[in-house]
Ligand binder design. Structure first.
Ligand SMILES: O=C(O)CCC(=O)C(=O)O
Length: 264
């Protein structure tokens, strides 16, 4: 009988994702929801045109622009809680590093459709993407704050390249659109309290609808070169670090950043 962490690691290795149902208790989640909603209100006001016209996510939720230190510490403590670190260590046993967080919501315009992508396609051409899925490891930990339609994923694509249909849809070639259905897509409905863990580079899309507000925490394996992606402002300062029960995830990225600075 495999223990829970080996089961998670096995599913992730094979499929590129796994779900832990009812992982968070109501109390844990309602505190988190209050803090995230505070961020979301501030962010929407400051980005009104972008929000109304095209946005479907925000990032740098742990940064200083919309939340005070006290709230940021709450978020840092959630991210690095024993429950979250158990999952993170199951996939990245050695020195996992914090990257960022993103908040996903429904676009205001109903005609804006959910679309298939691999996260690495925004930084690399097709050859670079092939290399990225072979060599690097960025993990999304999705915490849905309300019940939602969830995500649609193509299992196994964290390790394999697109088939012809997937290529045409993702690249919008041969008359296909990135919002067209894919035959191998698997829909994963999520409820508040669940945790979905998936590879950033597998083919996926968020499913718009219901009152979704999903907080994604991104962590990476330090063998990948992602230090430049990490914004200093979304990391804890020394005073905040002293209030975080297990700061290792943040210390790891701070160490990588200072190594990069000293060598550059
Ligand atoms: O939920 C969404 O809208 C998209 C999610 C996504 O692409 C991601 O988490 O990388």
């Amino acid at each position: 009988m495999l223990n829970q962490t080996s089961q998670w690691a096995g599913q992730y290795e094979e499929q590129g994702y796994f779900v832990v149902r009812n992982y968070f208790e109501k109390g844990e989640l309602s505190l988190l929801r209050q803090t995230i909603l505070k961020f979301h209100q501030g962010w929407k006001q400051a980005n009104l045109t972008f929000y109304q016209e095209e946005a479907f996510n925000s990032s740098l939720i742990t940064g200083s622009e919309f939340l005070k230190s006290e709230d940021r510490v709450k978020l840092f403590n959630f991210i690095s809680s024993a429950k979250m670190m158990k999952v993170v260590h199951a996939l990245i046993p050695k020195s996992p590093a914090f990257m960022n967080t993103q908040l996903f919501f429904n676009p205001v315009r109903p005609e804006q459709k959910d679309f298939w992508h691999r996260d690495c396609q925004y930084d690399h051409d097709l050859e670079g993407q092939k290399k990225a899925i072979k060599e690097t490891q960025v993990v999304h930990l999705r915490v849905p704050l309300f019940d939602e339609l969830g995500m649609e994923l193509v299992p196994g694509t964290h390790k394999r390249w697109d088939n012809q249909e997937e290529h045409n849809v993702r690249q919008e070639e041969k008359g296909k659109l990135s919002c067209d259905d894919l035959s191998l897509g698997e829909k994963i409905p999520l409820a508040a309290g669940d945790l979905l863990v998936f590879s950033a580079d597998m083919i996926h899309r968020g499913l718009y609808g219901m009152d979704r507000l999903a907080w994604d925490i991104l962590v990476f394996d330090p063998s990948g070169d992602f230090v430049d992606y990490v914004d200093d402002d979304c990391l804890p300062n020394a005073e905040m670090l002293s209030q975080i029960t297990d700061p290792s995830l943040f210390n790891n990225i701070l160490r990588l950043k200072s190594l990069a600075q000293n060598s550059g």
